[in-house]
Design a protein. Structure first.
Length: 743
């Protein structure tokens, strides 16, 4: 008989496991990688159940089975059990994700008597770089960037030994035959080839700003006290940096974490986890200015363990090395164009760029700010068979592809307003197509955002025209709602879709929406009042403009003088009447943050609202705000009267600012939940969800959850799909797939 197993079964030590189980049972036959699946042939059909039962009990840690097909095709002529050469075949899944090196490899890399002592490319069948090195499936060395390195006789002996942990490990190597690191100076000159990591660590400890090449890209590295220099050099005046700590004890000295966060930090995925600062983390004050959290993570590659072996620092800033807005550098020559004192690079090609994943925890749920290394490429089950390509929004972009009832999403791509990122979107999508065995001619439709100026829409339109594929436009906030439906496996919801701005079906900028949504339609049952975006995008970068527009409309000219001088006011007054308008919840938070003196400029995406969160977390409802709802084609929560009431209060202390911020937002969320609950009552829906970029704001989510549960309704948040625009491509795909379902 033949058995075909589908799922994450390549690059995880699956064939060696099959081999061991089969030989232990005395079976004759074979196992091989075929396409993206594993095919097993067994001559003793009567032992099928025993074989499968034992195999299921001994699955490799990284394996995930989606389907097992058993047929009675004859298998004969085998004298024992063999691992055969891989062959082409159906591609129904993609390669496994990059995972942290396992405990056994960590033990070896720190064992002075082991031949891989301090070897940064250590791995085995259970761990290591996978997606970042693969060119195509089947997952064999010839289809990875390790094909550039010929195994030495010691590695080959391990590779061929069924009892060895590296039996058939495709990326096996050692100091004798594997990739190597080299230390370079500012101008690219070679400084050290013998002990480059030791020399690099010493320089970092001494205050150097350095770049290191990892599995999926380059990282900027320095000690905490060099944060200001890093900011100045890269034009990042306030953007938070991620920190890699030596171990959990080091994290605990600075940050707080619960059991769920600890499990994430130590998991094989090794994401960056946003953790609350302790009361006085003075050493980290320059790393995430004005924020209550810091992104922390633990070593996940051999390089990291070797680096901390030599470092005296308990933690280092380790953030993506890239030109602002562009993708992370992956080639050595590109790294040398960046500003740094030293460069630690290796000679293994990075096939697939893959940024570090970033997660904010909410109880036992994971809010993905960035879903990338350790989590892609994985799939979600969908109920439609159509092959749909979807391309996301404008920023935090991912692309998604549906095939055979599975929905696959790419790694984090980034901000497509920069042309190199559009190129990355194209190449990342093409790689996903290759791994799935698809071409553009196979697609039934392409899903894009409504926004006429999004580069992703232009790219989708180009593909649509080139391949004669139907282009389907999907409203931004509907896609957010659909991503939540997919994430929580429900078919209909009333969703608070709260974010910065997204293009509405009426041509205005939405962002504070209450949608009754399913996969085939949505109804805008409520929203916030529209406020002017004076100067369009400039009002996002300069929230003083929002306040000027708000107080001008309220007739409070004396208040506008607090934020703009007379000359600025004359210019803005001319712009305000023709300014585009937005119902954005994010812009209201920006305006509130600016008014309270928390953040009056946006130097990175979401900065004013993010800095306001620290105040919301500490605030209490000690002020009363009266809300007003206007009934038109939908229920409209008026925000101007709230600012009118805000202007009446005199605020002097941090505590007063925290309380007023909390009381203001409480009133706004309460009214939106009331409208959502009424919509549930009218439609028979029992769940209210929250999605969009604002739903990363934990104090706001907590408020909404308490209010929803008071109504006797279920409250749904994200868990596996990003809350923000990183989930848009999945929502688009699900909508287009359901709209195109064949009857």
């Amino acid at each position: 008989m033949k058995i075909v197993i589908k799922g994450t079964v390549q690059g995880v030590g699956f064939r060696p496991t099959v081999y061991r189980v089969a030989t232990a049972l005395g079976l004759k036959g074979y196992v091989l990688n075929k396409g993206s699946n594993v095919e097993i042939g067994i001559q003793e059909q009567g032992k099928k159940d025993e074989f499968l039962n034992r195999l299921m009990k001994n699955l490799p840690p990284l394996a995930a089975l989606n389907e097992i097909e058993v047929n009675d095709d004859p298998v004969s002529g085998y004298q024992d059990f063999e691992i055969l050469m891989s062959s082409e075949g159906e591609k129904t899944s993609v390669t496994p994700v990059d995972t942290a090196i396992c405990d056994a490899c960590v033990k070896e890399v720190l064992d002075v008597d082991n031949r891989r002592y301090l070897y940064p490319f250590i791995n085995c069948t259970s761990c290591g770089a996978r997606f970042s090195v693969i060119l195509n499936v089947p997952y064999d060395r010839a289809n990875t960037s390790m094909r550039d390195f010929t195994m030495c006789e010691h590695c080959r002996a391990e590779y061929k030994n069924p009892q060895d942990r590296r039996f058939h490990a495709q990326t096996i190597s050692c100091p004798q035959c594997g990739p190597k690191y080299t230390l370079h100076g500012r101008n690219g000159e070679v400084l050290d080839e013998r002990n480059p990591i030791e020399a690099f660590a010493k320089l970092v400890d001494e205050g150097a700003l350095a770049i290191a090449k990892g599995w999926g890209g380059m990282h900027l590295i320095c000690t905490f006290d060099q944060a200001s220099r890093l900011r100045k050099l890269y034009g990042r005046p306030a953007k938070p940096f991620a920190v890699m700590f030596r171990d959990l004890n080091a994290i605990e000295n600075y940050l707080e974490f619960d059991a769920h966060e600890e499990n994430l930090l130590t998991s094989a995925h090794r994401p960056i986890v946003l953790l609350d600062k302790r009361s006085s983390p003075d050493d980290l004050s320059a790393i995430a200015p004005g924020l209550g959290t810091i992104g922390a993570y633990l070593p996940y590659s051999g390089l990291h363990y070797v680096l901390f072996h030599y470092l005296s620092s308990e933690g280092i800033i380790m953030t993506s090395a890239n030109i602002s807005g562009e993708p992370m550098a992956i080639r050595n020559e590109d790294a040398f164009r960046l500003s740094a004192d030293y460069f630690l690079v290796h000679n293994r090609r990075i096939v697939n760029r893959v940024d570090d994943s970033v997660i904010r925890c909410y109880g036992d749920k994971n809010f993905f700010l960035r879903r990338s290394r350790g989590f892609v490429p994985t799939s979600f089950k969908v109920r439609y068979p159509q092959r749909i390509l979807s391309l996301g929004a404008g920023e935090n972009v991912t692309s998604s592809i549906s095939k055979g009832g599975n929905l696959y999403t790419s790694q984090y791509i980034g901000n497509t307003y920069h042309y190199p990122t559009v190129e990355y979107l194209a190449s990342g999508t093409e790689q996903l197509l290759r791994l799935l065995g698809l071409s553009m001619a196979d697609f039934d439709a392409i899903g894009v955002d409504l926004h006429p100026r999004y580069p992703t829409r232009r790219y989708g339109k180009q593909l649509s025209e080139e391949w004669s594929i139907e282009l389907v436009e999907v409203q931004h906030h509907w896609a957010h709602a659909a991503s939540l439906l997919l994430d929580r496996a429900v078919d209909e919801i009333v969703a608070l879709t709260l974010d910065g701005t997204g293009y509405g079906v009426d041509g205005t900028a939405w962002g504070g929406e209450i949608l009754h949504a399913n996969y085939k339609a949505f109804d805008r049952v409520g929203s916030l009042e529209e406020i002017p975006l004076v100067g369009g995008e400039m009002a996002i970068k300069d929230p003083r403009r929002l306040l000027f527009a708000i107080f001008s409309r309220l007739g409070r000219d004396t208040h506008t003088a607090q934020f703009v001088d007379e000359q600025e006011a004359r210019v803005l007054e001319k712009l305000v009447k023709k300014a585009p308008r937005t119902s954005s919840f994010g812009r209201v938070l920006d305006a509130l943050s600016c008014y309270l003196g928390v953040a009056q400029r946006m130097t990175y995406d979401g900065e004013p609202a993010m800095k306001l969160e620290r105040y919301l977390a500490k605030g209490e409802r000690t002020y009363e705000f009266e809300t007003t709802v206007k009934r038109a084609d939908r229920e409209i929560v008026l925000t101007l009267p709230l600012f009118d009431q805000l202007a009446e209060y005199q605020l002097h202390t941090e505590k007063e600012r925290a309380d007023i911020a909390y009381s203001f937002v409480y009133a706004l969320v309460k009214e939106m939940v009331e409208i959502a609950a009424d919509a549930c009552s009218a439609t028979g829906i029992t769940a209210i969800g929250i999605t969009g970029g604002v739903s990363y704001d934990v104090p706001i989510v907590r408020l909404a959850e308490a209010m929803v549960k008071e109504k006797g309704l279920r409250f749904l948040t994200h868990d596996k799909i990003p809350n923000g625009d990183g989930g848009i491509s999945l929502g688009q795909n699900a909508i287009v797939g359901h709209l195109k379902e064949r009857v």
